[in-house]
Design a binder for this molecule. Structure first.
Ligand code: ADP
Length: 203
């Protein structure tokens, strides 16, 4: 079972590309969703994050309020590092369990980890050896990404702030095994995924 890390800057088309991989038969794991799940009530990182940040980041039922956590860490590298020190090992543990279960079922030839934060972290790199072994990067010019994000409802300022908080295209390219440039139509993106699928599977 080939495990692929799929990443890209916000608005590049990573999730759309993940859907194309799924159509070709890949199992897709939404690692960003696991990130939300570990903070939810009963999640693996819930108590650790409350212990690290205090009751200020909880709601009136004592659960984590993710908007408060986001506000706390935005633009503050030390606070972000404190959050990730708790959440990332929890995400990797959850991911490891899901990959173990998929491998045991033996159905998927390829698993795609859909993850915004790949370049910037050790997410998806697992001591069990079950983590990703190939990296696919989806890329699009900044102007295209901006207009997609604005269409999705962000203001230009919000879109730019998110883009600058992420790794750069050059940083992502440096660790990519395969790059898909998504500057055309959705059909062209699907063809790019077909090409990379063939390269990855040797088909
Ligand atoms: P990411 O996961 O990288 O943030 P998404 O896959 O969610 O990006 O894509 C961002 C937005 O752009 C979505 O609304 C998606 O439907 C749209 N989109 C992605 N690729 C294309 C494309 N080639 N042409 C037009 N719209 C696209």
């Amino acid at each position: 079972m080939l495990v692929v890390g799929l990443t890209g800057g916000i608005g590049a088309g990573k999730s759309t590309a993940a859907a194309c991989f799924a159509e070709l038969g890949a199992a897709v794991i939404d690692v960003d969703a696991i990130g939300r799940q570990v903070l939810a009530p009963g999640g693996r990182a819930e108590q650790g994050v409350i212990d690290a940040f205090g009751p200020e980041i909880t709601d009136d039922r004592g659960h984590i309020d993710r908007a408060k956590v986001a506000a706390e860490v935005f633009g503050r590298p030390d606070r972000l590092a404190a959050l990730e020190a708790v959440s990332h090992p929890a995400i990797n543990a959850e991911l490891d369990g899901q990959l173990h279960a998929l491998a045991a079922r033996g159905e998927a030839q390829m698993v795609v980890l859909d993850m915004a934060v790949l370049t910037e972290s050790r997410l998806g790199q697992l001591e069990s050896g079950r983590g990703y072994t190939k990296v696919v990067v989806v890329e699009a010019p900044e102007a295209v990404r901006l207009s997609r994000l604005i269409e999705r409802g962000l203001t230009e300022e919000q879109a730019r702030a998110r883009m600058t908080s992420q790794a750069t295209d050059a940083q992502r390219r440096a660790i990519a095994d395969h790059v898909i440039v998504n500057d055309g139509t959705p059909e062209e993106l699907a063809s790019g995924v077909d090409r990379v699928w063939a390269e990855l599977t040797g088909s």
